[in-house]
Every structure is written in structure tokens, then in C-alpha cells.
Write a protein that binds this ligand. Structure first.
Ligand SMILES: Nc1ncnc2c1ncn2[C@@H]1O[C@H](COP(=O)(O)OP(=O)(O)OP(=O)(O)O)[C@@H](O)[C@H]1O
Length: 245
């Protein structure tokens, strides 16, 4: 199995506070890989470090065969084109329509013609289950579930190999949340994606993840399949997964 992400001995410090101390994990091609743990354990920070939005203090992170610590700006750009990110708060630009938001990475990272970009945007809108006319609406005019789909369409704009999702179902009603889970599963199959997701949505964790990493007390308390987790002696795991769904 090919490793697409490998984090080794990662340490993260903010001022006096040590957030991660010797984190190791690896994500294989085709997996939906979840990062789970108590509030404040550093899940979002880890995701931000992997996508080069946050510096770390020690250790190394390899993504798609490249060590991200020592890349030229040209290599950074080439690497960033190969992943898409959906942040927790959607992060759509409110002054742009849904279609314009989805077009942004294409405008920024490619020299495709406007006609070509419009075609790709239309395709991505359909891919995530939005209607063609939704593209004309502004983020304030659509529901939370639609905003997540629009954010997802933007993350998929450049046909990434890797998709990063930060709590994709948070803030969604249960029906929209399950719809989003199914969308993720369908897209993984259709597009051969590898997906890394931060989540604390138990249903979503059970329904979508192949592998899970639990961060607790600055370290990886567990990495493996959900079945293997049953034998783990960890207080967070015991309380969080108390409800077997
Ligand atoms: N830029 C920063 N400067 C200082 N401290 C930070 C910064 N970013 C994160 N932290 C701290 O690092 C810790 C981990 O934060 P992070 O948001 O990664 O946690 P999390 O596991 O994603 O939490 P939650 O589940 O509540 O979203 C927190 O204590 C947070 O206050």
C-alpha cells in the first residue's frame, strides 16, 4: 500500500504550551482517515501543519513523497495544487457567488480560459449535488449544508489526489450530515480520493472512516481500524465511543 502522508516525531509548541509531542502517523492511498480526540488536543493544528498553513517545531511531514519542511516555493505551489481543503467554517468568500468561489483555485493556479473554467465549475457543482442555478447565489443565500457542498466543490476544483476536511458535518442537521457522509463515500470511489478528516461526529466516524488516529495527551493514543479500537485502554476512547452505534 502506498503511503501518501507520513508524519514522524512531530512536535508542536505554542509559547509555553506543548500541543503535540512525538506524533507519528501514516495515511495510505485510498483511505478515509480520521483524526479524533478531545477538544483542544490539536486536531485542527495537525491538519493545518500537513497542508502547510502552520509551522511545526520538530519532526517531519511527508506528503505525496515530498518532505514539506524543505521545499522551494515552486515545489510548494506544485504540491498545494494536489490537495483540496474544506475548513470547518466553509470559508467561502461572501462577496463572491458560489460559482465564483469554486472558480477561485482555477483562476489562481491555472491559466485555463474563462470558458474552460466555467465548464469545470458547472461540473463540480453537479458533482457535489448542487443545482446549476445554485452557482448564481451568494453564500448568505444558501443553507449550511449547501455551503459545505460549495466548499467541497471548491476543494475539488483542481482534481486533487488528497482531500482534507475539518469537521465537515459540524453545524449540519442530522439529515444533511448523513447526506454529506454519503457524498464523501461516493466521491472517494468515483475520484479515487484519499481523505483526511477531523471529526467528532460519532455517526460520521463509524460510517465513513477506514482508519482512525486518536490524539490524546500530546501523542497518538491509537492508530488503526475501528474494530481494532475495542481493545484500547484509553479514557477518552472509553467515554467518547461509549455509545456503540
Ligand atoms: N496560533 C495559535 N497560537 C497559540 N495557540 C494555538 C494556536 N493554534 C492553536 N493553539 C492552541 O493549540 C491547542 C490545539 O488547538 P486545535 O484547534 O488544534 O485543537 P482541536 O483539537 O482542533 O480542538 P477542537 O476539537 O476544540 O476544535 C489549543 O490549546 C489551542 O489553544
Amino acid at each position: 500500500m502506498m503511503k501518501l502522508i507520513e508524519v514522524k516525531d512531530l512536535t508542536t509548541v505554542f509559547g509555553e504550551k506543548i500541543v503535540h509531542y512525538g506524533i507519528n502517523l501514516s495515511v495510505n492511498e485510498g483511505e478515509i482517515y480520521g483524526i479524533v480526540g478531545p477538544s483542544g488536543c490539536g486536531k485542527t493544528t495537525l491538519l493545518r501543519e500537513i497542508v502547510m498553513l502552520q509551522e511545526f517545531h520538530n519532526g517531519s511531514i511527508e506528503v505525496l513523497g515530498k518532505k514539506i519542511e524543505n521545499l522551494s516555493s515552486k515545489e510548494i505551489l506544485a504540491l498545494k495544487r494536489q490537495w483540496g481543503v474544506l475548513f470547518q467554517f466553509g470559508a467561502l468568500f461572501s462577496s463572491l457567488t458560489v460559482a465564483e468561489n469554486i472558480a477561485l483555485p482555477l483562476v489562481e493556479y491555472t491559466s485555463l480560459s474563462k470558458k474552460m473554467i466555467d465548464d469545470i465549475v458547472r461540473f463540480k457543482i453537479r458533482l457535489v449535488g448542487l443545482k446549476p442555478e445554485d452557482g448564481e447565489l451568494y453564500p448568505s443565500q444558501i443553507s449550511g449544508g449547501m455551503r459545505k457542498k460549495a466548499g467541497l466543490a471548491r476543494a475539488l476544483a483542481l482534481d486533487p489526489k488528497l482531500l482534507f476536511l475539518d469537521e465537515p458535518t459540524s453545524g449540519l442537521d442530522p439529515v444533511s450530515a448523513r447526506e454529506f457522509d454519503n457524498l464523501i463515500l461516493d466521491l472517494r470511489k468515483m475520484l479515487n480520493l484519499t481523505i483526511v478528516m477531523v471529526s467528532h461526529d460519532l455517526r460520521s466516524i463509524y460510517d465513513t472512516l477506514d482508519k482512525i488516529a486518536i490524539i490524546d495527551n500530546k501523542k497518538i493514543a491509537f492508530e488503526g481500524s475501528l474494530d481494532e479500537m475495542d481493545s484500547v485502554e484509553n479514557q477518552f476512547v472509553k467515554t467518547f465511543f461509549k455509545e456503540k452505534l
